[in-house]
Write a new protein. Structure first.
Length: 318
């Protein structure tokens, strides 16, 4: 109750002022951005300073800098503004064909190339005014998913990274190896000796971010020698061409790898655990009718992706 009373005494427009001040780091520029007079924004800054007990902006020579506390506030401010926007965009009745809502989804370039593309095509047919914003995730976003998903609509990522959140299973995929056509160290088949001895190009490679196939290799007692790390699955073949490196890609990306040219796609010498791709979201969206419509769109798109994969997947030499 005390917290509610304190919140009721605050002008939530202060949140907009705070965001502008943090972004611009200048009262003058923040006022221009918000189309306010400088005295009006200075008054808002004074109220914010009083509320937080912190200067927010501190003079350093001829310029202002954010205080350490303000730097910590920056991400929370963006999240809070996005959540407030979603509250006031919500409608008691929602007609997809008449809506101009924007759905925001985190994922990798693999997720966007596969299901993201199909989702956007279905949305264009069923609700032309609806927009999708596909944003690349990174290890920080994934580790903070429970908080990040409060202010976005979902994250496309395989099982094994998130837990304790609602999800919708989408489609399954496998893993294959990619090597340069000029790589003479690899014969008609890739071997465990190749995996152990040759250099690798891998994705992400942080303490909490690695693919299931990469983890499986290490569980088999092999510590890959990593030459290059990139945060993009589609880029992997480009870092293989003309080298003796190995990379792992999802089977759905085989056509994209072959378009790069001068690469070979080979099966792995062990049974790699299949990927189970899923859409994850925060429980606050569970009963949101607009979000339910979006989830239905992803389900229909997943069926299309799975059917296309079964029909058109290029054959990998056994």
């Amino acid at each position: 109750m005390t917290n509610n009373v304190q919140l009721s005494r605050l002008d939530l427009n202060l949140l907009i002022s705070l965001d502008a001040l943090i972004t611009e780091r200048s009262v003058t520029r923040a006022a221009e951005r918000l189309h306010l007079s400088q005295p009006a924004l200075s008054a808002s800054l004074a109220r914010l300073r009083s509320h937080f007990g912190d200067p927010i902006l501190a003079r350093r020579g001829n310029a202002y800098e954010l205080t350490p506390f303000a730097l910590r506030l920056a991400e929370h401010t963006t999240t809070a503004l996005e959540a407030a926007r979603r509250v006031f965009e919500s409608q008691a009745t929602w007609e997809p064909s008449e809506s101009e809502r924007e759905f925001s989804i985190y994922g990798s370039d693999y997720g966007f190339t596969t299901i993201g593309r199909v989702v956007s095509e279905l949305a264009a047919e069923r609700a032309p005014g609806v927009r999708f914003r596909f944003m690349l995730h990174n290890p920080m976003v994934v580790e903070d998913a429970a908080n990040r998903l409060r202010s976005v609509d979902g994250m496309v990522i395989p099982h094994g990274f998130l837990s304790g959140l609602p999800y919708l299973d989408l489609w399954r995929d496998g893993w294959v190896a990619v090597v340069s056509s000029s790589n003479q160290a690899v014969g008609e088949k890739i071997t465990m000796e190749n995996i152990a001895e040759l250099p690798w190009v891998m994705t992400y490679q942080t303490r909490s971010a690695s693919t299931s196939a990469e983890r499986q290799i290490m569980q088999l007692g092999v510590e890959p020698r990593v030459d290059v790390v990139v945060e993009s699955f589609q880029s992997l073949p480009h870092f293989v061409v003309g080298t003796n490196r190995i990379a792992l890609i999802q089977a759905a990306l085989i056509p994209f790898a072959l378009r790069v040219g001068s690469v070979r796609v080979l099966p792995l010498p062990f049974d790699a655990t299949p990927l189970v791709n899923a859409l994850w979201w925060h429980p606050v969206h569970n009963r949101d009718s607009e979000h339910e419509w979006m989830r239905g769109l992803f389900k229909d798109a997943a069926d299309i992706v799975a059917a296309a994969a079964a029909k058109d997947a290029p054959k990998v030499p056994a």
